[in-house]
Design a protein around this ligand. Sequence first.
Ligand code: GRF
Length: 207
Amino acid sequence: MRSVAVLISGRGSNLERIVAEVGDGCLSGVCDVVVVVSNRSTAGGLEIARRAGIPTCVVPSRGLDADAYGQRLLETLEPWRVDALILAGFMRVLSPAVIGRYRGRIVNIHPADTAEYQGMDGYGWAFQRRLAETTITVHLVDERVDTGRVLAQEMVSLQGATTLDEVKRRGLAVEHGLYSRALRRWFQSEGRLWTASAGGRTPCAES
Ligand code: GRF
């Protein structure tokens, strides 16, 4: 079974679903969430992790550039010896050092087709353009923003969605199912080929 860290910045609805699927769903026996890391101490997802009994680490990013922040992240993550990083609404760009350390083992969910739109607020982008549909993308993370290899995509109909909230509601409903299914396939295909990481789980202090 693969061990993962989930990185968040906010609400944590994708984290919540992943934790549920690990407990009693399609990710059961496939991976284990050993730590949740947030760059914001106020992220709602931290409470979700705590309720599930998952250790949390806050690594504040304010005032740090990508390289300095990446160094802090690496120091925080190293003792946990995770096999992969799952980004679930994590709003910082990872530094080349972090990408290099976990190359091919970092996955993200993006609320648009990464071939069409990269960056923040993919639902706002779709809503402003009154798109009839949008495509949720699960992809690997490389050095650039939202350019990594696509692992899975699913289309969401936006027909008749007259508010941004409705666009988000429909999109998130698809995200939650798609992410866990894509993770399962990824771990069971590519994940099987990874060399085992050394064990050891050292608790880290929240700061
Ligand atoms: C999701 O829309 C995800 O696609 C994007 O950030 C949002 C995170 O939502 N990367 P949540 O924190 O998982 O609820």
